[in-house]
Design a protein around this ligand. Sequence first.
Ligand SMILES: C[S@@+](CC[C@H](N)C(=O)[O-])C[C@H]1O[C@@H](n2cnc3c(N)ncnc32)[C@H](O)[C@@H]1O
Length: 278
Amino acid sequence: MIDLEFDHFCRLVHERSGLVLGPEKAYLVRGRLDSIARTEGLADVAALLALIRKVAPDRLIQRCVDALATHESSFFRDGAPFEALKTQVLPQLLAGRNPPRPLRIWCAACSSGQEPYSLAIALNELANPQVLRGIEIIATDFSEPILAKARAGVFSDFEVRRGLTPERLQRWFRDEGGAWKITESIARMVTFRPHNLLKGTTGMGVFDIIFCRNVLIYFDPERKRRVLESLAAALADDGSLFLGSAETILGLTDKLETTPGARGIYRKAPIISAQRAG
Ligand SMILES: C[S@@+](CC[C@H](N)C(=O)[O-])C[C@H]1O[C@@H](n2cnc3c(N)ncnc32)[C@H](O)[C@@H]1O
């Protein structure tokens, strides 16, 4: 690959997705983009990058970004956040609200849907009518192909075995002969929408719970800060933000603070609450 074209491509991907690529990732770029080059009738990845530099076709750039993003996910990933939601975060939130109001939950960077469906299953299992009344779960990702898979709600044997107990599989999925479809009652609770985290949260509204897990790790510190601050702005004053186990707010922003005794769960720092009230 010619350095100039590779550098240009890395900059484009960074602007659009936040994904940081460098010379050490050249092998990954080549591996992931090879089939795109071939389906576009091009000789190789170098020819693809040359075309992108010359013509910058939006559709092709987005296809490359999709191919380079990591869409790894699993049901009830890491376990503990879902338990904390059920046993700690929601009970506290509900106890503090009188009169109650319908919950709004945002699952940002939701990938193929395992995370928002796990949330919907966990909330159903609480069997608390106050939790489910009027609840909205918005699940977003910037990749249209991955959202299409999420909306379909069909998972392979391998995917359902990662994180689902046999009881949950039997209760919440329908066997479609080699594949498993999420039941209608869970699917109905989740609305999937395209959204790029780098574009801020204007128009998303205010959320009681935000899950934004295992995506900040791919961003540089400045983009992490911007994304965290826009999530803080979209969080209700008594809301909670859940990050991935390898992610933190520390050293990045003072608009959020840790929740005592709850690893990976953050809430708005009081200063923002005061600003909004004022
Ligand atoms: C590793 S998956 C995490 C999925 C899920 N949150 C979990 O923890 O299992 C990361 C997802 O972030 C999405 N993503 C990457 N950059 C993004 C951006 N700038 N805006 C929105 N989604 C993004 C990718 O398409 C991918 O599906």
